[in-house]
Structure formats: C-alpha cells, structure tokens
Design a protein around this ligand. Sequence first.
Ligand SMILES: Nc1nc2c(ncn2[C@@H]2O[C@H](COP(=O)(O)OP(=O)(O)OP(=O)(O)O)[C@@H](O)[C@H]2O)c(=O)[nH]1
Ligand SMILES: [Mg+2]
Length: 314
Amino acid sequence: MFVDEARIFVKGGKGGDGCNSWVRNRRGKRIPTGGSGGRGGNVIIKADPHLSTLADFHYKQYYFAQKGGRGGSNYKQGKEGEDCIIRVPVGTVIFDARDNCLLRDLATPESEVVVAYGGKGGAGNVHQIAQQGEEGEERELKLELKLVADGGIIGYPNSGKSTLISRLSNVKPKIADYPFTTLAPVLGVLKGKKEIVICEIPGLIKGASKGKGLGTLFLRHIERTKFLIHLIDLSQINPQDPLSTFNSLNKELEAYNKDLLSKKQIIVLNKIDLLEAKRNIALFNSKIKQQTYPISAFTGEGIERLKKVLEDSV
Ligand SMILES: Nc1nc2c(ncn2[C@@H]2O[C@H](COP(=O)(O)OP(=O)(O)OP(=O)(O)O)[C@@H](O)[C@H]2O)c(=O)[nH]1
Ligand SMILES: [Mg+2]
C-alpha cells in the first residue's frame, strides 16, 4: 500500500532521577554520595533509501525513547536512555502538527533530525538536594512524503503513462484500457549512460485542482523533479482544438502550484502506431511552438530518441 501522509506522536525519554544517598566518615559526619540520573533518549527520524511509503505509520503512531537510568549511591551516574530511531523514506518532510511549522526535509539518504529531546537527568545529592529527572520533549508530527525523482510523467488517464514508464524502466505497473488504472505514484529507474528516476503520477483531469478524479493529491511528488514528461494520447485530441487537453492539464498544474509550470516540459505525443494519431502529429505541431516527441509506447517507436532527450535533461 502506498501512503504518503501520516501523523505520529513522539516523546523523548524522561531523565533518570538523581540519587539521595549518604555515608558517614570516620568523624561521623554525613557525606552525600548520590550520583545524577542519566539523560533520557532522543527520538530521531532518519531517511532510509530502502523505504518507499509511510504505510507503517498507520499501524503504529506512538514512539517513545528510553528513560534515563537512576543515579546510584557511591557517586554512580545513571545510564543514558537509548534513542528511538524512526526510519522513513527519503523525501519525507516533517512538520510540527500543532502549527504546521516545517521541521526538516529529509531529502537525502541517511539524513536525520532529532524531533524530541530526552529530558536531563536529575542531579544527585553530591551536587545539591537530589532532583528528579526532567520530562522528555513531546510532539505531534505530520509526515509528508514527496518522492525524489528526476522526472515526472503527467497526462490524462489512459494516455499511456504506465506503458511508457514500463518501456523506459524496470517497473511493470498495471496497464489497462480504462481510466485511473494507476492509483498511486509509480517509480522506475531508466538505466542508460546515467540513472534517471522517473515517476508516473496518477491521471490528472480537468478540475483536478477542485478535487475531481483523484484530485491533485499526488502532485506534490513532482515538485522536486527536474523535468516533466507531458504525455498526450494523440489519438484522442480534438481536431477543432488540438491543444485543449495539453492546456487544461497545465492549468491544473498552475492552480496547484505556479512553480510547476516553470519546470521543463518534454511534450510527448503517444500512440502514433494508430492511424488517427499519426495523422494528428502535424495538426498538433502546427499549434505549438515547443518541440514535441511523437512515440508509440506500445511498439517502442521513438523511444530511443526520447531516452536521449531525458538523459540530456538531468
Ligand atoms: N495503440 C496504442 N495503445 C497504447 C499505447 N500506449 C498505451 N496504450 C494503451 O492505452 C491504454 C492505457 O494505457 P496505460 O499505460 O494504462 O495508461 P495510463 O496513462 O497509465 O492510464 P491510467 O493509469 O489509468 O491513468 C492501454 O490499453 C494501453 O495498452 C500506444 O502507444 N499505442
Ligand atoms: Mg497508469
């Protein structure tokens, strides 16, 4: 199951209590010997390249680090509490759920952040009157996963996105002749001169920014990409207005986040193995200034040229 949002509760370990202990010296005077408590463990979130979803956090939401050990007699310091390490996919963004304040964007593998510090251990009576350990910090967090990919494939449902990503890379998503076959982003790696990570975004439609279809829920996953492959089913364009689907999809991107429109778009015209699509190449190109790349994701025509363009885009 692909899950890209979660809420969790974290608490650092309580500091260990300081010890209250005394001995009498030879002259009968009482001397304090209580050691201090150990620090409570921290809660740390760490980016793990082997993970790809936040699904686990729907089953487990509470994370506590270990308590610090109590101080002992004879000046013995309490043990430090163990840290609690929470592993998340690379690309997880962490917010404080109370005020939506961004705490950290774990965009690189093995990057980490302390999200709740353990409490300080209480002083033993060697130092002063024995103290209790401090409570650990506690926080509610919102986690959002933004996949880390070089390029995103966007396009209307059924335009052939899954067929294309399976041509370009090693992944084999479900391909079918009905809209919304793909319901979660799909990641694939194109292996050539360079390794390029590509992400298929589930079908966007007109009105997606107002919640139609699957809405724009998945658009956050293309926010980090360097380029977009805008895929068009050339067998389905309107001869009176060949750019209508192309333009309306761009409007949805703009409504979600204007910055998405400034990303480099590689316009790919699909299904040219079909006669009506082949005839539409000239019609489409006559209405648009940018370069387009006609392909058949089905037969593989035009794919080698497209791969070169993608390699030059990263
Ligand atoms: N003739 C032809 N059919 C294609 C081509 N590419 C995809 N198709 C067909 O178009 C249909 C939809 O393909 P998908 O790859 O599932 O399309 P999608 O964009 O991923 O669709 P959703 O996940 O539902 O948004 C399938 O029946 C494919 O076989 C192509 O180049 N030529
Ligand atoms: Mg698909």
